[in-house]
Design a protein around this ligand. Structure first.
Ligand SMILES: [Zn+2]
Length: 202
């Protein structure tokens, strides 16, 4: 079984890393916002400003007021299949989709896709499975869409390269903005532990 867990790379390929910058001592480089360090300095400063004013959570909630309401793995499977049928009909079949509370932000593993290959009737059959970190269960619909599209794109493209992100944008034109906003939420979670869209206890 080959399992990959590399959903949100710490350093996405946009903007392309500058190769002309001189090396800086580690202490200076150490990012205050590790989930956002690949983005322009000005953007990071805006987020840092909201953190200083303790307004980052409010900013996120104003942008994304509602949770998506998909509560079960069965409902999640139907949701993922609808997107796959719309955009990736010919990609490998997906046999299972689930929220997984064992995927943690600290490991930077927000989703995982695995392929299980076995010989059946003389042919090699592959079963693909998609797991999403449980934090996406209590999240706005846009965040669920971003992580789903990310995992679906991996059915076709293994690495986080240009073709991969083009496929993500094909499925969600605002993909890059959404990944940024998800990273802002991860930053908020890391700093405060406060889950902004948590469902009320039943
Ligand atoms: Zn990935």
């Amino acid at each position: 079984m080959a399992a990959t867990r590399h959903v949100l790379p710490r350093t996405p390929p946009w903007p392309p890393p500058s190769r002309t910058e001189p090396p800086v001592p580690f202490a200076v480089v150490a990012p205050p916002l590790p989930f956002l360090r690949a983005y322009p300095e000005s953007l990071q400063q805006q987020v840092q400003g909201l953190i200083t004013q303790q307004r980052l959570g409010a900013w996120l909630l104003a942008r994304y007021p509602q949770a998506h309401g998909i509560r079960t793995d069965g409902a999640l499977y139907n949701y993922v299949m609808a997107l796959k049928n719309e955009f990736m009909r010919n990609a490998d079949a997906v046999s299972k989709v689930a929220f997984d509370s064992k995927l943690h932000v600290v490991n930077n593993a927000l989703g995982m896709h695995s392929t299980i290959s076995r010989v059946q009737g003389g042919k090699l059959k592959s079963k693909r499975e998609i797991k999403l970190a449980a934090l996406f269960k209590d999240a706005p619909p846009e965040f669920l869409r971003m992580i789903t599209v990310h995992e679906l794109a991996h059915l076709r493209v293994r690495d986080h390269d240009r073709a991969f992100y083009q496929l993500c944008e094909y499925m969600v034109p605002t993909y890059h903005q959404l990944e940024f906003d998800v990273r802002v939420y991860l930053t908020h979670l890391e700093l405060t532990g406060e889950r902004l869209w948590a469902a009320p206890a039943a």
